[in-house]
Design a protein around this ligand. Structure first.
Ligand code: G6P
Length: 367
């Protein structure tokens, strides 16, 4: 069916706004009838047998994999390796016994990701994929394909596919944690009830859009922008920088906050805005101390945090954007929203072609 902009100026803003709905659908799809456990498609996939998970993807899907690494390791205790498909396929990595390979792709047709999948055929115990296009090559060539149900994504810069990838990957990690005995049924039920509540949290978070749009007009004047985050916020910082580069053409880079002192701090001056993503989680104090190192060197900080975080740390920040409080495990899905909105409004302020950025293709099916 023909997809239109449904009253939005761009497909990208329509797709950003759709996220509460499509994430809700993805959650429901993998929820068992009882609503307190996860049900996967009928497969002989046995999470207790996995000794190593190798995740491979490109672009935004790669950042979804990086985020999921924290979930599979911390929740389920599975060692995870994440790689960019174009590197993985030519490195000829050894695939050891007990390895399950997982490919993440919106289109399911990215040439490098498909080639990486084919490299794993006959070597990995199982080939899994997390895809948006259910009838794609990657889906067809996997032992099990998990749909993300984001619906057609038209904007070249991926938005709703990213958050739906995160949602499905988190549910897979929770299922793995449950089957491996790393989390009990109550903990799973609790996480699932929070996941079910996520669409309404995302709707509330949309109230931050005006503040993000105001901040974006200032970002639009910058030549370079840094994004910082720790733990689960590190891949989100990478995604925020990628989104910004893709559609506003401003040079943006992301670093793990703790890595700042090993080089990028040399870049800090009053002309380089620094976006800090820091929900009030276990790593908050460390993130804030890194942020203060930036401010002490004249850096202008845009702090994205929650209410508690803002009370504690917004003093001296250039701008603070406040999001709803969520369980730290779910924070990546929520913090994707400001990352997308900052890029979107910065691009609008610069007057670039948001849906069709120069030099980029929605799906790269050649090498
Ligand atoms: C292209 C798109 C990106 C996307 C990447 C991977 O570069 O412009 O937005 O993240 O391909 O695409 P896939 O369809 O495999 O997720």
């Amino acid at each position: 069916a023909q997809v239109d902009k449904a009253g939005h100026k761009h497909f990208m803003s329509k797709e950003i706004a759709e996220q509460p709905t499509v994430i809700g659908e993805a959650v429901r799809h993998y929820l068992a009838q009882d609503g307190t456990s996860i049900e996967l498609p009928d497969t002989d996939l046995d999470f207790t047998k996995i000794e190593r998970l190798t995740m491979v993807a490109c672009g935004t899907a790669f950042y979804a994999c990086l985020t999921a690494k924290y979930w599979f390791e911390q929740l389920a205790g599975i060692p995870v390796e994440v790689d960019i498909a174009s590197e993985f396929r030519y490195r000829e990595p050894p695939i050891t016994k007990g390895t399950v390979a997982l490919f993440v792709s919106q289109s399911g047709e990215t040439a490098d990701t498909l080639a990486a999948l084919r490299y794993c055929e006959g070597k990995a115990d199982k080939i899994l994929s997390v895809v948006n296009v259910a009838e794609s090559s990657i889906a067809r060539e996997s032992d099990v394909a998990f749909p993300i149900l984001a619906g057609t994504e038209i904007g070249v810069a991926s938005t709703k596919a990213f958050t739906c990838q995160l949602t499905v990957l988190l549910m897979l990690a929770l299922k793995a944690a449950n089957d491996r005995g790393a989390l009990d049924a109550d903990a799973i039920a609790d996480a699932l009830s929070k996941l079910r509540g996520l669409p309404s949290v995302l709707n509330t978070a949309m109230e931050a859009e005006q503040g993000l749009a105001d901040a974006s007009r200032k970002l639009a004047e910058a030549r370079d922008i840094l994004f910082l985050g720790r733990g689960l916020m590190y891949p989100l910082a990478l995604e925020g920088a990628l989104k910004l580069k893709e559609i506003s053409y401003i040079h943006a880079e992301a670093y793990a906050s703790g890595e700042l002192k090993h080089g990028p701090i040399a870049l800090i001056d009053k002309h380089v805005p620094v976006v800090v993503m820091a929900p009030k989680d276990g790593l908050f104090d460390k993130s804030i101390s890194n942020m203060q190192e930036v401010m002490a060197r004249g850096g202008k900080v845009l702090l994205i945090t929650d209410k508690e975080g803002a009370v504690e740390a917004s003093e001296g920040a250039w701008e603070t954007v406040v999001l709803p409080q969520v369980d730290p495990i779910l924070a990546p899905i929520l913090y994707a929203l400001p990352a997308q909105l900052l890029a979107y409004h910065t691009a609008i302020a610069k007057g670039t072609d948001v849906d069709q950025p120069r030099n980029l293709a929605k799906s790269v099916t050649v090498e």
